[in-house]
Design a protein around this ligand. Structure first.
Ligand SMILES: O=C(O)CCC(=O)C(=O)O
Length: 233
């Protein structure tokens, strides 16, 4: 994994271009779009799907993850960053239409402190921020935000290409908030920390028009239980 480590940022970011193939990207987009309607949760600024259960501060009632998604989780586990005890068991699907984004936030203590994201359908820029009071930006269980201190300083940016895998750990998970601006396009600048690692040919100053982006945020939720079906006893 050392080859994929992003340099010039605090520990630890790994970035892998073309982690999935074009056919796999098409498969993910079509499976997400064909999920039953009730699987979607509509937020004010984007839609999402939970697979594997819905994380809650008290734990997560584990649900089986469909095999098509399990295949991608297995592929991520081949990085060697997860043990038997921290096997990936949850996928959050986010859909962003152009102009949509996600407010700067921390993923918080509900998850094992490693987050992995597969991007499909569009490139986007992910920004990292320092906050004087990070605790006020932790995701609550249904992806609403508790906003306190708005004094955020943008520190780092990454270009997430479609079909890439991003892995955040350590301070980049625990201390730095991450967010995506609500804009229709992103501009490639030399302050993008992973410029050397991206596969595509991009010029400084190039404008990247956003398309619909589907991201899979794949994690390990430590506190899980199986639903007890009392009426069967
Ligand atoms: O879509 C992304 O790349 C980021 C998603 C994210 O930050 C989250 O779901 O917590």
């Amino acid at each position: 994994m050392e080859a994929y480590k992003v340099l010039g940022v605090p520990d630890t970011i790994y970035y892998i271009s073309n982690f999935i193939t074009r056919d796999e990207e098409i498969e993910i987009i079509s499976k997400v779009n064909n999920a039953p309607k009730p699987k979607w949760t509509q937020l004010s600024n984007r839609r999402l799907q939970n697979w594997g259960g819905v994380p809650h501060p008290n734990g997560m009632i584990a649900e089986a993850v469909p095999q098509w998604l399990r295949n991608y989780m297995d592929k991520i586990e081949m990085t060697g960053l997860f043990s038997d005890k921290t096997k990936l068991n949850h996928v959050l699907v986010n859909e962003y239409t152009p102009g949509q984004g996600i407010m700067p936030h921390l993923d918080g203590p509900l998850f094992y402190p490693t987050v992995t994201t597969i991007s499909c359908g569009s490139d986007t820029v992910l920004n990292f921020y320092c906050s004087r009071d990070s605790s006020s930006h932790i995701h609550s269980e249904n992806n609403k935000f508790e906003n306190g201190d708005h004094k955020l300083n943008k520190q780092y940016s990454l270009l997430l290409e479609r079909r890439s895998l991003l892995i955040l750990q350590d301070d980049m998970y625990k201390k730095y908030l991450h967010g995506i601006d609500e804009v229709d396009s992103d501009v490639v600048t030399d302050s993008i920390a992973n410029l050397k690692q991206i596969d595509g040919q991009y010029a400084i100053g190039q404008k990247l028009i956003r398309d619909i982006r589907i991201s899979l945020t794949i994690r390990h939720v430590p506190k899980t239980s199986k639903l007890k079906l009392n009426f069967l006893r």
